[in-house]
Design a protein around this ligand. Sequence first.
Ligand code: GAL
Length: 995
Amino acid sequence: MIRTALLAASALLALPATAQEARQTANFNAPVKSFGRVSYDARSLMIDGKRLVVWSSEMHAFRLPSPDLWRDVLQKMKASGFNTVALYFDWGFHSPKKGVYDFSGIRDIDRLLTMAEEEGLWVMTRAGPYVNAELTRGGFPGWLVNQRGRARTDDPEYLAASDEWLTRINAIIARHQINGDGKGNRGTVILHQIENELALTTPAQRRYMDHLYAKARADGITVPIFHNDQGRNGYWVPEDSKVEKTVPGPNDMYAFDGYPGGTCTVTGQPTRGSAAPDWGYYGPGGAKGGASASPNTPGFLAEFGGGWFDYWGSNGGYECNAIQRGKRFQRVFYGTNLANGIQIQSFYMGFGGTSWGWLPAPVVFTSYDYGSALSEAREVRPKAEELKQLGGLIAAVPDLAGMIPAGKPEISSDRIQVYHNKSPETDARFLLVTHKPSNGQTSDRFTVTADLPDGRYTLPLQLDGFDAKWLVAGVNLGGQRLVYSTSELQTILKQDNRDVALIYGRTGEAGETVLRYASEPKVTVLEGGATSAFDTKGDLKLRYAHRGLTRVRISGGGRPDLLLLIGDEAEGAKFWRTDDVLVRGPALIRSAKVTNGVLALTGDTREASPLEIWAPSSVRSATWNGTKVATTRTHSGSVTATAPLAAPVDFALPALTDWRVAGGSPEAAPDYNDRDWAKIDNRAYASITARADGQPNMLMDAYGFHEGDVWYRGRFTGTPDAERLKLHYGAGGAGLVQVFLDGKLIGQDEIPAGLPRPITTGAPGFTLPDAARAPGEHVLSVMVRNNGHNWDLDADDFHKEARGLVSASIEPVAGASFAVPIAWKINGRSEDLFDPVRGVPNNGGLDGERRGWYLPGFNDRGWKTATVPAARAAQGTSWYRTSVDLAVPKGQDATIGLAFGDTTKPRSPVAYRVLIFVNGWNMGQFIAHVGPQRVFPIPEGILNHRGRNSIALAVTSDGAPGNALEEVKLVTLRNVKGGLPVRMVAAPTTPEQLK
Ligand code: GAL
């Protein structure tokens, strides 16, 4: 029965609750709001009227430029227990130029949404216009930085621009909604986000939000619309919330994000410095309340830290982040969220991927691995196994959706707390057992006594170190009645007339499970050890230790047969559940389809693996990745393969040899032909960066050059007063400027890493050599490498910070006001892309790029041969090219990376940087002396695993001895048998094919 709720407003006055005392922060009487097939009340989301815990994680298709692999990621998410995927879309990725949009090839969002549907995942779409996401300009297109109108307001110029994007992206999303688009198209999009973390809440922002909401509705979005608040601030809560100090918005649901629990950024070691926050039923409530800020909508974390990003110049935090926000953390923190009524949770990221080319914002380098459950190399990390167990419970116990607090149990230890929730409909219970505070790390044995639906029970429990237990009690599972279990439930399935349940616990720990029967059932221990006792209440109590896999059959007692599988945690992790099949053994199960009695299983093996299958009796035989498997029946109603599934075979990677090199930066040569370059003039200046009076507008963006390298050439007449060149430039995180006079490098400046808040501009001075004082014309050539525009996190137009040169002046020493006039020209990669197939992030404006030196089909036979490692590099940028044949065994899925120098260290003692092109794709930037990334995974589809590959490296150096390309080699980062078929991504191969 639904408890009558106190109104949230009265709860605001109360003192903070302790962890087990719920405060009524939600209005459980709130009416159901319906948006077609999707509806919600204060307790949960519903689909077709059925409550659902939305259990989601995020991926960015734009961070994996090989569309066939999107499916691999989605399948791995599904297999890891998620029912939903959250997707950001990057406006700038699709729009090189105002009015120009591309949704083809690696930008095919329609295909992505179809795949998500095919893989059985619900979808939350997050289309901006602003997304943040550690993307250059936070996802805004390059051309937008030239707008004078303030972004993320109702400025008409900005609204017109964002409408261009929204019209197109909303149309695609509308077709994939669960509600359909009214034209016969339908998909699995259930929720839609407008804007992201808009923390400025002025009237101009409110009008902007109103516009975005109306636009989405006008474009046919019919599912509930939410916004993602930057923390639990109560910004943009639905109008009817009426909670003090919150900011109302037009959106239907309130959602927020949070990244608590520490990172590895400072220490480089996992820390457990803070407890899981109570952001809902058990929290302090009030205006800063999540569920409480919006009492009529369910708790909704649109992002919860599933890892963290990493910075230029760090010591390499991804493996550490995977642990920090990995096993145990997930149990403690995600569990606390669930107990607090956060019924919609999405982990950011589920798969981070690669910020290839010029995608990254200054805060990050190429790898966006994020320490997420699926690594950048698409490895299913150990933390994904824990997620599979947690997601398995959520799927197996629908009663978890819409639970409310149930009262405080008695606990024998004050170092322990228990969150006790119940389903108002079925009275089923969820007991989250954590330390008190939840980041406690002691080892405790204790009891919890609670009034459960089947009576008052005392549960003997144990928590060893940082950990939590997700227990259910008083719940009907299939044909069984679970009174309680001190083990955690991973899954239960109904097959024919029996139930198969899998429970698990920490290795060696004692467990007990109590089931209710009408009369004493027959208990047969098939394997392992368990004892049982039956009492007058009808309770069958099983006792056991979690060690390996124990199998118990229980029959009779007035219920269908039950096969109870009791595993230790690692044993549980070997199980995979698909719709009605349970499989044990392989490293991954992707799909299980039954046709004409044949069960076709697909999946991966990392090593020779056993295969055991529990399937309905209609299944008579099975195949594994298309090959028939010989099986024998077991005594526990399963079949096992008579021979193990094969392991992947190791394969050798060829060395990279036969390098060729073409030198220097031709743009630096005094006689370089810059006839077609744009003249620097006084065009409108839209940047937030102040500049000296009287300077022309030198910014690269003003001339339509937004990504990567830009070149300036300035002519001046030599004079005895020319002592110093003073520059002011913007170049993003670890950006670079190189300055040449008459073809010779006179200096360079690198922006220091400034971890974790990047420095993005510089103002160096260069002493001019004597040559500048000689009479006649001289040429200054300046290359600025733009390592990304800022994001616009605070809605202050920070993305409009200057990039390229802001000003340049030749000065005499000390103070004189004299300045030498310089006639400047500029060139870069324009908004009219020469390689539109690879798209916006792929190219900057190096001469070699425009000539197609990065492409596999470029004929470099005229270039000099070179050896790598190289002892010395030319000043400026040199291009190194080679090709290599790969022969990854058929039927194996590997991730191969390019590694530079000594990969055991985050940084080289020598200084140089490399733009990495593989088969024409810009797969990232290596900065030897900044680090930390030295290994660059190249996804299959970009890399040809069975054929020829071209590697082109644009190496930039100051030319000092040793500041040259170190050893470059291919490395295997992951190798499994299985995988999916991956086609090469079609793109131009020769310079002639460029526009
Ligand atoms: C959130 C933001 C995301 C991303 C994340 C950190 O605050 O919404 O876009 O930037 O932080 O990775």
